[in-house]
Design a protein around this ligand. Sequence first.
Ligand code: NAP
Length: 299
Amino acid sequence: MNQTGSGLLSVVPGITASTALCAIFGSPVGHSLSPVVHNAGFAAAGLDYAYLAFDVPDIAAGLAAARTLRVRGLSITIPHKETVLSLLDEVDPLAVSMGAVNTVVNDGGRLVGYNTDIDGVSGALEAWQVASDGRHLVILGAGGAARAALFGALRRGKPEVVWIVARNPERAEALASTARSVVSVPVHVLPDLAGSGLAQRDALIINATPVGMHPKISGTPVPADLLGARHVVFDLVYNPLMTRLLREAAAAGARVIGGDEMFMRQAFRQFVLWTGQAAPRHAMAEAFRQAITARSGPG
Ligand code: NAP
């Protein structure tokens, strides 16, 4: 069989000797939808780019390889979003304040870090015309996504109060301390929502825990009787698209926003950073929807 010329191109369409490589580094990465979304974007934009996923337990070694191979752009995911900061040549100031990088651009050999998860959160809230002003900002969880939720929501105005609701007191206090350093409003830390009076508040509630995520889709981080029409509920979980939390919040009269709204917008921003071109949003969103539906069934 002819493995050269057009024969090979028919096996790997579009890959050439000059193809720019982007990739996700994390461990594990097998579940990531970023390759599907970004390759659909590159193809729709007619760019000679390709995106792969690499299981990288040692991020320092991974970055050294990326430098050697002149990888154009990286997504950084669990468990490296914090540790990668000290290994880069430059980090965007917002990513420094947040303490996490999820995107790297190889700018002629200089590795520059950004956090597009913040853009994902603030962009989704903007698209849904949700402001934080005057609301109780209730963040469930205290990990990396919770940090992005905090910074993204603060871009959309000054809340009346910030609540960090998390089961791990040290992580919760660390996030609360970050919140106090960037916004001058009361910041409360709660282990759970019992006795919180949430039902009586005008609140923007952001779930940044994995509760409700596939395969444990019967879970919810907020008891249904605490939800009501005074709430906007943003669930960062996107698998499934319609979580139990969103279903119960919508049934109680709340406005609801799904995690795909964040995921897509952080990916659009990555695309711009790596290519300098506007992201082909429709093609990327369609690829995401098809992949997530194949994985978890219709929302
Ligand atoms: P992480 O750093 O591991 O943080 C997860 C947080 O949730 C921690 O505070 C953790 O508490 C808490 N948590 C975990 N299981 C819990 C449970 N059963 N009950 C109560 N709290 C629990 O993870 P992450 O990176 O922040 O991601 C969190 C979730 O956000 C992901 O699972 C994903 O669904 C979503 N996410 C979405 C996007 C998007 O683009 N839409 C992007 C990133 C993440 P402990 O510290 O005690 O474990």
